[in-house]
Design a protein around this ligand. Structure first.
Ligand SMILES: *Cc1c(COP(=O)(O)O)cnc(C)c1O
Length: 374
């Protein structure tokens, strides 16, 4: 109910409000990236939600049309064809996979199967905004472990935060919003310190864009650690954010638990068909991710050239740790019809069209002169 709703006549009276759980006061709602403002004579660009800016693959659109069938029928709850496609592609068993409405639903389900008011969750910060939301919602105690100055996970501090009440640890590689990936050797050393009854979620929403040598490969890690679960999505590299498809890879006991927590029939047949078609174009998807990674590297290099302190950028965005100047930078972009994501500690800029990135580079150059001149 919003303030302009005529039905909300008595919004000032707390007696009229139903009593909601106190846990709701411990975290903010999820705030989506803003759309760009229209500016006369300038094309607008939305670089605020890490969406894939490339046009959809024609075969995927065709699959959607072909599966726009009778909406009276429920979809395949088991998502069998899509899971089989994933199993073949990833070399895992059907019983190691669950398909959900985006990785977002997985984060909710993972928290529900591990956490309550008696348990503790550990995750890096700043990181994905849903981590405080899902762990806060169930009332678990949250340990937000600050990133290092380079925007990387502080795995030693995360290991030190483990107690006998820890039930869930979340890792994010590449980390959203800062960009660096975890390295295979550091993750293994970390996982060796985590008690085997603690579930560790490795959020790989952007793994297809990562290029750094030695980066952690979730699939090889999950083979070796039964308490690890991978979170992946069709939203980013596959460019299907609007269709809401994600998946988890884990050992069967974890998948069985997740199946009790996910929403029945969440992923529509149309979404399943589009995701499967995208999987059938895997090489093309990876080629496109590689192109975006090249733009990212060039963009990050140009920003560093201007003097910006840009952390390792391994996904489809670049992080500027602007601190209190974040809002001023966001405003400078808004004036030029570009939406970026202001997260308080800094600004995250999604990789988009060349013209969009060129415009941000001009804004960034001017901003340095105005705000950081000696
Ligand atoms: C975008 C994103 C997700 C999930 O997105 P869905 O669209 O729900 O699949 C998960 N984790 C991170 C870090 C993300 O940036």
């Amino acid at each position: 109910m919003n303030a302009s709703d005529p039905a909300a006549t008595d919004s000032s009276s707390s007696a009229a409000a139903p009593r909601l759980r106190p846990a709701l006061d411990t975290f903010p709602p999820y705030i989506p990236g803003k759309p760009p403002r229209k500016v006369e004579g300038l094309e607008s660009f939305k670089l605020s939600s890490n969406e894939n800016f490339l046009p959809p693959l024609p075969a995927v659109l065709e699959a959607m049309v072909a599966h726009a069938t009778n909406p009276a029928l429920y979809p395949d709850d088991a998502a069998l064809a899509l899971r089989q496609g994933l199993a073949d592609r990833l070399g895992v068993g059907l019983d190691q996979l669950v398909v959900t409405t985006g990785a977002s639903e997985l984060l909710v389900a993972l928290t529900q199967i591990t956490s309550d008011v008696t348990t503790e969750a550990i995750y890096p910060w700043p990181s994905f905004e849903m981590y405080p939301q899902t762990t806060g919602l169930v009332g678990s105690t949250r340990h937000e472990v600050p990133l290092t100055a380079e925007g990387r996970h502080d795995l030693d501090a995360m290991a030190a935060a483990i107690t006998d009440r820890t039930s869930l640890i979340i890792l994010c590689s590449p980390n959203n919003p800062t960009g660096p990936v975890l390295r295979d050797d550091e993750v293994r050393a970390f996982l060796d310190k985590v008690p085997s009854h603690v579930l560790v979620a490795l959020d790989e929403a952007y793994w297809e864009f990562a290029t750094a040598p030695g980066r952690a490969d979730g699939l090889s890690l999950v083979r070796d650690y039964p308490n690890l679960v991978l979170l992946r999505t069709f939203s980013k590299a596959h460019g299907l954010a609007g269709l809401r498809v994600g998946y988890a890879v884990a050992h069967p006991p974890v998948i069985e638990g997740l199946l009790k927590a996910v929403i029945p029939f969440g992923v529509t047949d149309l979404s399943q068909a589009a995701a499967l078609e995208s999987l059938n174009h895997w090489d093309e998807v990876l080629d496109r991710a590689a192109r975006i990674a090249q733009s990212r590297d060039a963009f990050a290099a140009a920003l560093r050239e201007q003097g910006w302190d840009v952390p390792e950028a391994q996904a489809n965005y670049v992080w500027l740790p602007l601190g209190e100047k974040s809002s001023a930078f966001e405003d400078a972009c808004v004036e030029q019809a570009v939406a970026v994501r202001n997260l308080g500690a800094g600004v995250r800029i999604s990789i988009g069209e060349d013209e969009a990135l060129a415009r941000v580079l001009e804004i960034a150059e001017r901003f340095r002169v105005e705000h950081f001149a000696e």
